[in-house]
Design a binder for this molecule. Sequence first.
Ligand code: ADP
Ligand code: MG
Length: 492
Amino acid sequence: MIRPGKIRISIYAQLVFWTSVILILLMFGLLFIIQNREVKAIYQEKKERGLVMIRYIAEMNVRRLVLWDLDSIDENISGLVREDLAYVIFYDRNGKPVVVSESIAENLEVLNQTNCAGEVSPGDIFYTNLELLLDGRRQEVMEIEMPVFIPGSENKWGSVKIGLKLEDVYLRIKRTRMILMGFGLGALLLSVISSTLMARRITKPIKNLVEGTKRISLGDFSYRIPVISADEIGDLTRSFNEMAQQLQKARWQMEETNRRLLQAEKLASIGRLSATIAHEIRNPLTSVKLNIQKLSESQSLNELEQEHLAIAREGIEEIEKFIKELLSYTRASTLQKDYFSLAEVLDESIKMLQPSLKKKGVTVKKYYELGLPQAYIDADRLRQVFLNVLRNSYEAVEEGGRIEVSLKMDRDKDRLSFEIRISDNGCGIPEKDWENIFEPFFTTKTSGAGLGLANARRILGQHGGTIRAIKKEGRGSCFLITLPYSEKKGEA
Ligand SMILES: Nc1ncnc2c1ncn2[C@@H]1O[C@H](COP(=O)(O)OP(=O)(O)O)[C@@H](O)[C@H]1O
Ligand SMILES: [Mg+2]
């Protein structure tokens, strides 16, 4: 829940922020340590260089000092003072400057400052950092001082002090800092980029999950969230998908149950209706039919009257056919199954339709696979099924039309089944109606009951078979009927 007044910050932004902060802190900590070590190393280097220098100067001039040849010393050091060596000062054993390089001769503060006036021992080295005016500007200088002893004796003869300019040290430190700063900025950039990428990687599956839950909550149970991470979120996504699948299944089942309920309800009302019709209409209809029959046998009628009677008789027959179909659809009797040749049953259906076919000049082509085993069926019912489908074809074709009937065994699947195709070159069925035509009372004919195919599907269903309209090359329609094959005992 979002509390009022609280700003909503996405996980993505939080991740980017915190990982960046951590990475930046780490990088800068590391850079700070590196910098400190670098600075120390640069100082150390300077110190060592100074030490080498002062030892060299002392060694070169110890004899001259002992002999008190101060001029030679002066000459020697004036050649040495250049680059970072700012000055050299020699003191006598009492700490009084005796030889001073020109560059420092005026600066009494520096001249009078010595560490070696009192008791010192060989090997003592003194370091001091100070700031003073040199070459007209203030500069940092490192002073190194050591006592001078006559070689092999404990006798201090004086001391030597040098001043080393630290300008180059600061320059180097500055340069090092710049380089490290550059590294730091680069690292900053990299850390922001990498944390952004990481955050995206982490939040992508979450985003998908959120999107998926939205879609599913809107009722789109067919939506599946892509599983792209192999972690807890991946697990969650998987269980989410499973849940969606279960929901989808539940919905299908509910829809299916609904459909069945509706169908059953429809059937029940049709049943009641047809029972009434059978009772209320059949008897008067029979009497009407009988009377027409009687009338037409009388000799007193002229030709026109006879013709009218024939039309009336046809109408009655139409009504009778409708009632018969209605009753056969609702009759819930059990099947009388036995072993029959499907080819024979098909032939009988065609034969029943033969008079009509002949009248309209419709030809029937048969393609039966030879040597097929018998099928375990209710032959009467199946004859009715084939007749219904054949009659539809007959009604769909024009004068001189063509119907094809094929029968074969389908051996593709694990279970064997019979496959019957009945096709014609008639008006055809629009694909959107391929399922509707099996609904009871669906018809496009003025005098149709719309029960033929519904009945066919019901009977085939009782046999464990199916019927559906399928695609056909050229014009017309094609119906595919399947019936399971069950092996007759004692038959190979
Ligand atoms: N072979 C076919 N060619 C064209 N339309 C067909 C064919 N078979 C069935 N139909 C369509 O399916 C509808 C339903 O058929 P059916 O259940 O037998 O009822 P009816 O024949 O009484 O109309 C028909 O009205 C017709 O529109
Ligand atoms: Mg029909």
